[in-house]
Design a protein around this ligand. Structure first.
Ligand SMILES: C[S@@+](CC[C@H](N)C(=O)[O-])C[C@H]1O[C@@H](n2cnc3c(N)ncnc32)[C@H](O)[C@@H]1O
Length: 280
């Protein structure tokens, strides 16, 4: 890993710039301020896809009492939960968290304001959302403002789920993921699926620089089949610099993708993978 860059990135891992210092702040302002110039946009593309999957999963009678919960993995400050359950867009979130008005507030003032902001925009179709992220400050903020119903900081890359997450997994019916495909592997998915008690679907947006195949295999071992439309890609963000772009172009080619018009045009692109139980 390289040292701190002049663009504020913390370094690189495997060629991709790291943003570790914006993941564990007491509130989301630095996250949005840092990612705004890079036009980080994948939660926006995921919003209608996750809403559709959540609605379809909620409509499925799995024979168990209570509504199935969505588990957003690598949930950070609850951005996907905000977009899933509230009449709000990612553009509005960028505007809010980079506004001079929000800049002036203490974290406590921002949290109080956010609580009201999201409560006023809560959708009637809102579903229970749990969050999993190794960042305690980020999930604490999401919990405090009411975006998450429960949150967990277990690092399933390193160990097994603790008792609280194990018990929550019994309620999960849909797992969602954006921006986390470079951080978690099949280890995390195996632990989650091993602990599931209801049929679990998975809806994930993953960079084309990363192979999702080990996760697809793990999901298949748990009875899920995965579909992906490889011709349809979703932009994630602009590259931080030419070095990162060169890395991404090479990584996409190494996995059999064509970077022309996509990574070659200046942005990371993702694929959307949807995994559901094998038809019986
Ligand atoms: C790029 S952010 C994505 C946040 C959000 N999903 C989005 O798209 O805006 C990546 C997140 O992954 C989290 N993360 C890194 N390693 C993790 C792990 N092993 N388990 C769970 N979360 C992890 C980081 O703390 C960070 O919040």
């Amino acid at each position: 890993m390289a040292g701190s860059g002049s663009d504020g990135t913390e370094g690189v891992t495997g060629g991709k710039s790291r943003f570790d210092d914006i993941y564990d702040r007491p509130d989301p302002r630095t996250y949005f301020r840092r990612l705004a110039p890079l036009e980080y946009e994948i939660p926006h593309h995921a919003q209608p896809v996750f809403r559709q999957a959540a609605a379809e999963r909620a409509a499925l009678d799995d024979g168990r009492p209570g509504r199935p919960a969505v588990l957003d993995v690598c949930c950070s400050y609850g951005i996907n939960a905000a977009l899933l359950n509230h009449d709000v867009t990612l553009a509005e979130m960028y505007e809010r968290y980079t506004s001079p008005a929000c800049e002036q507030m203490s974290t406590a003032q921002l949290a109080a304001s956010d609580k009201q902001f999201y409560a006023e925009r809560r959708r009637s179709e809102a579903v229970p959302v749990f969050g999993l992220d190794v960042s305690g400050p980020a999930v604490d903020y999401a919990l405090e403002v009411g975006l998450l119903d429960a949150a967990f900081t277990d690092d399933l890359e390193q160990g097994s789920p603790g008792p609280a997450l194990s018990s929550a997994l019994a309620e999960v019916g849909l797992i969602t993921l954006t921006g986390g495909g470079s951080y978690i592997t099949d280890r995390t998915f195996r632990a989650l699926l091993d602990g599931a008690r209801r049929p679990v679907w998975v809806s994930a947006f993953v960079l084309r620089t990363v192979s999702y195949h080990p996760i697809v295999r793990t999901l298949a071992a748990h009875g899920l089949s995965t579909t992906v439309e490889v011709s349809r890609t979703y932009p994630q963000r602009r590259f931080t610099d030419a070095r990162e772009q060169q890395y991404a172009i090479a990584a996409v080619r190494a996995l059999g993708g064509d970077p022309a018009g996509r990574e070659e045009a200046g942005r990371f692109h993702t694929l959307h993978y949807e995994s559901r139980p094998d038809p019986r």
